[in-house]
Write a protein that binds this ligand. Structure first.
Ligand SMILES: Cc1ncc(COP(=O)(O)O)c(C=O)c1O
Length: 454
């Protein structure tokens, strides 16, 4: 471990003793001391106390400008007044009935007005949205296999938990990547049915359609791969996927769990001008409450109405989440909000770029909509395998260095990206950029020393 990182870790441990203590306690009762594996990191994660707007406080009382925002699920920022008002009102009237109510139709209307879908069903998590979408596609086509991209993340159900973070030595032939289980417990039968292509490799997808003619139900893709920092689609990629799906009778699933609320008013469909067959939404549409949706044409969604595909869920459309969702679509995710967030994010990206250039850091900065990332690789990544070359030690130096300067620059883990929320201000962006400008020369030095000693 290089010296700069060691120093930042020492500072981190000095600033966060109560987090260390909370983690020690939790380890006894929760595997890894956390409720989701993504939240665990060494030496221990920051334990949070509360949040407001674009900031949060940890249990030691440290304040952070928050660009983690719950893994990008809080484009609203913490406690957005419109969401809080809608939820507070709803809390007085009953939180769950397991019965239909009018907000279901109202929110479905909102979604259909922004996304190219005609009917919608709701659930509580992104995992459910992609799981039901894949099942719909299988029912619509009568095929079992799907194609997903190496390094793509679509949640935790078995079909999606293939080749999420394979080691390079497991990946196999770049033209025909192996199907690598994302952990024990994923069945062999599942692996047979989840075929893998590299992101941005249309030939790879076409090859799979050729090898398995008439057997592929769907291609599922995250419009911008955001499980590897930020990996942009190359021009023509989505159009190519769309055409291949149409040609081979497969459904094209856009996993907009992250991009749906954060890329543009009409999500990635609007941003890239693409019409997929199924759209999955979650995270930021709920304003901090568990809410997800999937939508498609009437024809596809009628598989549910015709009792061919089963969809249910006790927590679906619970009125609290739905009240939050309606407030998000009607009051928070407005065209003006996108102008505000895009402006702040452009300022952040440009500021980072200037500092990277000034310090001679070998890294690049990339932004899209409300998201951005500092990527510790000299050339832009095009695929998961490119991302494997990111300098993770330097990234840790960056993350802890920023946290010690009062900025959660993004969620922990170098496969994530920052989110700018509607609650962030120019002052928050200035704070973020000032912290980075202070830290960056140390990162550049550590990088040079590292290169000289390798
Ligand atoms: C693109 C994408 N799809 C699906 C999911 C799963 O969503 P959830 O964690 O709500 O189940 C995530 C979560 O990070 C995601 O980023």
């Amino acid at each position: 471990m290089h010296e700069g990182l060691q120093k930042e870790l020492q500072t981190y441990e000095k600033r966060t003793p109560k987090s260390a203590e909370a983690h020690r306690r939790a380890l006894n009762r929760l595997p890894l001391g956390v409720a989701s594996n993504y939240r665990a990191y060494d030496p221990y994660p920051i334990f949070v106390r509360d949040g407001q707007g674009g900031h949060l406080r940890d249990v030691d009382g440290n304040d952070y400008a928050d660009f983690n925002l719950s893994f990008g699920a809080l484009m609203a920022g913490h406690c957005h007044p419109a969401v809080m008002r809608a939820v507070s009102e709803r809390l007085q009237k009953g939180t769950m009935f397991g019965m239909p109510h009018d907000m279901e139709w109202a929110l479905a209307e909102e979604i259909c007005s922004r996304f190219p879908v005609e009917m919608v069903r709701f659930s509580s998590s992104g995992t459910e949205a992609t799981m039901h979408s894949v099942r719909l596609a299988r029912a619509a086509t009568g095929c079992d296999r799907i194609i997903k991209m190496e390094g793509g993340y679509h949640g935790l159900h078995d079909t999606a938990l293939v080749s999420v973070k394979p080691k390079l030595e497991q990946c196999g032939d770049p033209a025909m990547p192996n199907q690598v289980p994302g952990g024990a417990g994923v069945t062999n039968a599942t692996l047979q049915n989840t075929l893998i292509a590299q992101f941005n490799d249309l030939d790879g997808v076409e090859r799979l359609f050729r090898i398995y003619p008439g057997e592929i139900a769907a291609v599922i893709v995250e419009p911008i791969m955001m499980n590897v920092g930020i990996c942009m689609p190359q021009p023509g990629y989505h159009k190519g996927l769309r055409e291949l799906c149409t040609k081979h009778g497969a459904l094209f699933i856009f996993d907009e769990v992250k991009t749906g609320a954060k890329l543009a008013w009409g999500g990635a469909c609007e941003y890239f001008g693409v019409k997929p067959d199924i759209v999955c939404l979650a995270k930021s549409i709920g304003g901090g409450f568990p809410l997800a949706a999937f939508g498609a044409s009437r024809e596809v969604m009628h598989l549910i109405a015709d009792h061919k595909v089963f969809h249910g869920g006790t927590y679906n459309t619970n009125p609290v989440s739905m009240a939050a969702g309606l407030a998000m679509f009607r009051e928070v995710l407005t065209r003006d909000a996108y102008k505000h967030v895009n402006h702040l994010n452009e300022k952040l990206v440009e500021g980072y770029k200037k500092t990277v250039e000034k310090t001679g850091l070998s890294a690049y900065v990339i932004g899209a909509g409300a998201n951005g990332a500092l990527m510790f690789r000299s050339k832009e990544i095009r695929s998961y395998r490119d991302w494997l070359e990111v300098d993770t030690e330097l990234w840790r130096h960056y993350w802890f260095g920023m946290a010690n300067r009062g900025v959660l620059a993004q969620p922990y883990w170098w496969d994530e990206q920052w989110t700018v929320s509607v609650a962030h201000t120019e002052a928050d962006i200035d704070q973020h950029l000032t912290a980075f400008a202070e830290l960056a020369p140390q990162l550049a030095t550590a990088q040079k020393v590292g290169a000289a000693t390798r």
